[in-house]
Ligand binder design. Sequence first.
Ligand code: HEC
Length: 199
Amino acid sequence: MRLTKVKTVLSLSLLTAALIVANCAQNSADKPLTKEEMIKRGSYLVNSGSCNDCHSPKKYGPKGPEPDQSILLSGHRANLPVAAIPAGLPDPNGWVVMGNADFTAWAGPWGVSFAANLTPDPNTGIGKWTEADFVNAMRTGKHMGTGREILPPMPWQMIGQMTDEDLKSMFAYFMSLPAVPNLVPGPIPPQAAPPATAE
Ligand code: HEC
């Protein structure tokens, strides 16, 4: 009886020791990513994670909208006119959310929002942002982590669930893109949304 107890204690301690060793081995394998590795991971996350769907202007091919590779992730094109919202919309019992052909402008109960320029242009993109600005914006849903509320349909609630390493890798990828100067308009509040065209 006593011997069994001793054996159990012994094997438990051995198991703990083995777990500690395994854990240490794993930590030493989890070296921080190099800059190049971060950019590669960020590219994978951004391009599989639907950022282009809203942040890249589109070209229309035989199958419909495709991200315009020449101005990738540069946000809502500054020179695109904003169409009037048809009378009676948004209708809480009907169509509530509307988008333009580029998927870069979105109208809804929040007014009209325009997808941001995520290229490193210092004046119109995120070139002056720090890595922390980006991580905090995604975590808090506030502009650059401290400003106004980030509007729908920007899915920050989901993107903000990613690990620090993944968010930092996405930021590194954005910073590695060619800078595209494109001043995205600020959001239009609901009461000032473009008036419906009078017939
Ligand atoms: C469904 C459309 C949509 C998708 C998908 C989307 N965004 Fe956005 N994003 C927007 C819109 C619209 C805005 C502007 C919101 C505003 O003006 O408040 C925005 C704003 C942003 C901003 C600026 C936030 C700030 O602090 O002002 C960042 C950064 C951003 N998006 C990153 C991303 C990343 C990274 C992805 C992909 C993982 C992504 N977005 C996917 C629509 C989208």
